[in-house]
Design a protein around this ligand. Structure first.
Ligand code: TYD
Length: 141
């Protein structure tokens, strides 16, 4: 399966009317996991690269609820860049995918929905270690 099929872009239902817009995201419905944690990233300037890790256990959905950013994702062989530039779209990132978020606009508010509570020990922050783990996993299959 290609990375595009694994890390799906999700278009949320947008309840717009003359009063404005409203977007709903429901765990286990519009996204494929129960939401255990929410955090958001703002005030990162355009030179900054965040993320730079993969997670052994956590799945995420990233939504730029204001402004814009980009996320580069890779599984160690394929790479995909997704423009997060609409509050009604998100990208699903499963376990063991490496991600870098960058190109933040001044007004960017990047909302992250996560399937787990925070546990720093499930983060893989070294890219060489990530590649090693991925290849070990591939060899086992
Ligand atoms: P970090 O993982 O470096 O952020 P990013 O993925 O955006 O580059 O996290 C920054 C700091 O915040 C770090 O000290 C850990 C802390 N943190 C939590 O305590 N809980 C969380 O859920 C997250 C995502 C980070």
């Amino acid at each position: 399966m290609s990375l595009k099929d694994i890390c799906k872009v999700i278009n949320f239902k947008d309840f717009g009317d003359e009063r404005g817009k409203l977007v709903v995201v429901e765990g286990d419905q519009s996204i494929p996991f129960k939401i255990e944690r929410v955090f958001y990233i703002y005030d990162s300037d355009s030179e900054v690269v965040r993320g730079q890790h993969a997670n052994r256990e956590s799945e995420f959905v990233l939504i730029n609820v204001a402004g814009k950013s980009k996320v580069r994702i890779t599984d160690g062989s394929e790479e995909l860049i997704i423009n997060l530039d609409k509050p009604m779209m998100g990208v699903y990132i499963p376990k063991m995918i490496w991600k870098d978020m960058y190109d933040f606009s001044k007004d960017s508010v990047l909302l992250v929905l996560a399937s787990t509570h925070y546990d720093s020990s499930e983060y893989i922050r070294n890219y060489d270690e990530y590649l090693k783990l991925i290849s070990e996993k591939g060899n086992k299959q």
